[in-house]
Every structure is written in C-alpha cells, then in structure tokens.
Write a new protein. Structure first.
Lengths: 113, 113
C-alpha cells in the first residue's frame, strides 16, 4: 500500500531523444508526487513535483504526466542531454498525515553523447 | 544557495561500535529527517523530528537508533551498536516552515566491518 513502483530500472537514450520513466502507486491518500534527481556522490535533489489535481506539469525540458484514475505518473525528459545522466527517483507523500517521502527504486538514466 | 551539510562523508566502523552521524540542516528549517539507502536499493525513511521530538519513525528505526538536536544547529543520528546490515548511505533532510520541499544532504556512507 505504501509502495511506489518505478520502471525501468535502467534506461539508455540517445542525445536529443525523449527519456520516459514510469511510476505507479496504490495509496490514494498520497497527494504530492515529487521526482528527485541524484548524481553520484550527491543526495537526491528535487527536480519537479505535481499534485493530483493537475494532469501535467512542465518545467523546461522536464514534464510530469499524472493519471489519477490509473494511479500512475511519469517523467518525460525532452531533448535529453548527457548532463541528464543520473538516477531518477519518483516519490510520493501524504501531505496531511505525515511528511515522510516514499521513494521508488530509482531509474539509472544514461544519455549517449 | 543554502544546503544541508553532513559529516563525515564516509565512516568506517567495526560491528558493535557506536557511530554518530552529523547533519547541519538549513538554518531556518524546522523539520528534520533521516533516510538511508542500502547500496543499489531505494531511499528509505527512518525518522522525522520536529519541535525537539520524534514525529514519526519507521520499523527500521529500532532501539539501536536515536536522534538528537543538541545545540539548535546540529541534528545527529546515533547507532548504538552497529550491525553489518547498517552499512548504507545515510541522508539527512530538512524542510522549512512552509512544509513544502525536503532538501537532502550529500549523505554519509557508513561501512560496518
């Protein structure tokens, strides 16, 4: 119930291509869905986040698509660049009940130059 | 940009020894967290701390773990008697009064031999 399932585990994309990472959840009490980016030797850093009252949020080349009825959300990275190579975690939080972030298992993204 | 600082970056200890991991959260933040990431696995919530007391803890956070904010700036995680399975990256995070974004430190890699 508390899990966030993430796929794929790893992803290789050509420079300029679109990277897509998918996540699914069960707990309908989740009401905040952040994506974190982690570079080697660094902590997770918030990339973009969405609440379930909107179906899409775009910030630059990064877009979250959210399907509330399917309990799924995805991250799209347009025009992927080698500097985007990192591990990406989807996550969820129950804002009103507690603050803890439930992370997915992560996707290792490698952008080929 | 303000950041969460963690020390040491790497801690090696013998099984059964006590370790203290240190964190300096962002200065005006009120909510503090510890997470851990076993190598190759997802980031897992350990404990949240607010107003000088634990708000929530996971089942991982057993009697061997404790947290403290000793002086108004540092936030520490103590493991009383380390086990081999405590080897992981430990991340500290903090969040401001608006309860929006959790900022993560770069982590302390704990290696228990």
């Amino acid at each position: 119930q508390q899990q966030v399932k993430q796929s794929p585990q790893s992803l290789i994309v050509q420079k300029g291509g679109i990277s897509i990472i998918n996540c699914a959840y069960e707990n309908t009490a989740f009401d905040y869905f952040p994506w974190y980016q982690q570079f080697p030797g660094k902590g997770p850093a918030l990339l973009i986040a969405i609440r379930p009252d909107v179906s899409e949020k775009k910030e630059g080349r990064f877009t979250i698509s959210f399907n509330k009825s399917a309990k799924q959300f995805s991250l799209h990275i347009m025009d992927s660049q080698p500097g985007d190579s990192a591990t990406y975690f989807c996550a969820a939080r129950e804002d009103f009940r507690d603050d803890k972030i439930i992370f997915g298992k992560g996707t290792r993204l490698h952008i080929l130059p | 940009e303000p950041e969460v600082t963690q020390t040491p970056s790497h801690q090696v200890t013998q099984m059964g020894q006590e370790v203290i991991l240190r964190c300096v959260p962002i200065s005006n933040h009120l909510y503090f967290y510890w997470y851990r990431q076993i190598l190759g696995q997802k980031v897992e919530f350990l404990v949240s701390f607010y107003n000088n007391e634990i708000s929530e803890k996971s089942e991982i956070f057993d009697d061997q773990f404790s947290v403290e904010r000793p002086d108004g700036s540092n936030f520490t995680l103590k493991i009383r008697s380390t086990k081999l399975e405590d080897s992981a990256m430990y991340f500290c995070a903090s969040m401001g009064p608006g309860k929006n974004i959790q900022y993560f430190g770069a982590g302390t890699r704990l290696s228990v031999l």
